[in-house]
Design a protein around this ligand. Sequence first.
Ligand code: DGJ
Length: 737
Amino acid sequence: MGIYVEEDNFHMQTKNCSYIFRILEDKGLQQIYFGKKICRKNKYDNLSWYEKRGLELYTEKEKSYLRLGTIRQEYSSYGRGDFRHPAYQVKLKNGSRITELKYKSYEVNRGKKKIQGLPSVFAEEDSDVETLKIILTDELINLDVILNYTVFPKFDTIVRNVEFYNRGNEDLILLKAMSLQLDLPDANYDFIHFSGAWLRERNIYRTTLRPGIQGIDSIKYSSSHQQNPFFMLARLETTEFKGEVLGFNFIYSGNFQNIIEVDHFHTARITIGINTVESEFLLSRKDSFITPEAIISYTDKGFNTLSQQLSEFYKNHLMCSKFSKTSRPILLNSWEGMYYDFDDNKLLSLASKAKELGIELLVVDDGWFGKRKDDRTSLGDWNPSLDRFPKGIGEFAKKVHKLGIKFGLWFEPEMISLESNLYERYPEWLVKCPERLPAISRNQYVLDFTRKEVVDYIFNSMSKVIDEAELDYIKWDMNRYISDSYSANLSASQQMEFSHRYILGVYRLYEKLTVKYPDILFESCASGGGRFDLGMMHYAPQAWTSDNTDPIERLKIQYGTSYGYSISMMGTHVSDVPNQQTGRVTSLEFRSSVAYFGVFGYELDITKLSNEETTEIKEQIRFYQKYREIFQHGIFYRLRSPFMGSSVSWQVVSKDQSISIVAYYQMLNEQNPGFVRLYCMGLDENKMYSIDGFNEIFSGSELMYAGLNIFQKKYQDRTVAGTQDFLVDLFIINEMF
Ligand code: DGJ
């Protein structure tokens, strides 16, 4: 396993997968294979073969068999005969866009260093991880292009990115710079992506590839609620537990463009990178540009295996926070319970009640700063409101800490309100085009994070509060898409760099804060799940999954999200009823049973709980604390999809297979439904298990292969309208010793 340089090819091998390409006779690169592991060989003549086809162009008469349009390429250019969408495009001073990259040299190194300024994967030098650099060059214009590949053998994952170096004496313009290109020899795949909207994030869509362009992208300056950068290509017969599937993701939080092009020979070209809309990079003399990283992960054991391997991969090689592999606290967030209606006294009653219940972290959401009483003012003024905290936030935080509860605050660092001291002082920091009024969203505007001084200013003002309140947690929110992009700080020829430079500014602030405050747990958020991506996860190990806290809706959102992300990345809270987004009434039991499968918390006014509710919540907290390690870091299985019927099931199993929790949710009270057998996963077939509430002992094999009978749930409580539909069974499975 690792990187092998053979006579005629480069072969990257993981535990179960091979990726091979070779140098063509004209020094271009030809992709040979990506898929299930095959043996190493000096040459793969048969796989390297390509056909001469009519109407396809060639550049040298004597080599008329080299027709770019018929060859699967490693990093393609445009304009010399390959009419599929290219991986990159460079504009020369004379306006020409023709370049020809030829192989120059390679290097193999152990481990993987982080990329400066961009979230990226990492690995120690003494690990089994290796990095291959392929250096290509266009001699005519002195452009070097380096293709980087890092191979993570244990996780069947390869990470790629590209560097451009202008060694010449003329400025170049980078019109397109994809991070990854993969040309597959056939297009017999289903394209599975996770799309939605605000309050309806990451629902699953599966369609068979067809000729032409298909894909997902964002030009909202965030990875977005609408399209998530994660997607899969699976053989048509692939299911959760069987079949070949390729998972792709992009370590980036801004505009992206993940495209699959099926051409006239039924090959499939995948390109992943920064969106070409709103991006062009000036590559001055002696200057360089580095793309974000893209991930490919492979399995022939179905979607569930892919999700599990990605989840472990992220924890080991992507997430920097010390919390990525450790237990996260059970939190209480003030938002849905109080919105802007709080002061220190109210919050202290909340904290005391939280203490009584066993909650471990109090988070004061939006509204604690400046003159903020609603969403119209004060973004940018990160100084605690004296109306709400007359004795200062430091004093308040001390009281919370004294109760033995951790304390966290909400920030929206990238935003500015017109009604703010910050705007009065620095109106030029607001993102807008000269002489035009910028578009508004939620009464707020965007700070120009392409400017270093803006990032530094926000860093300093946040640091002041962090130090004063000795914060344990920060929720970093971002509540609007970015429009009117322009920076007075950039030259006219660099305005198209705004979108990328903006997100680099965001990463810079994250880097500064996480380095200075490694003990703070960060949770990212963008109106819920609008930036649920690997760029954010590099710094913040968890993200607020959605502003929709209705458990029925959450079943879909969390189920969809779990394909590409670990459940320990998902913030999941129990909120009040009727639910504030849908008006639906569900039981506390149902709400908590959905929220257990993630990073658990509450988001309601707990000072108003009845005695029965107090007792129930105490029990829920004890339960989650007991199984927290398994919920957050166990192995997750999807058993029954909410996208396919009216019941849902999922399961977590401890890594040693001794404990498992299975949840079966009924979303609709169907009358006289079909019988259901639920087949557990991930247990040891030879171990004996008990299940709480059953007077019977089960072998792992029985639970997995014969299954558990699920009896139709009947509603008990006729007094609460609506609750009859939403019933849940939680099976706690324990190994018998
Ligand atoms: C949007 C977030 O998703 C909510 O959880 C909350 O923090 C609000 N913003 C506050 O303005």
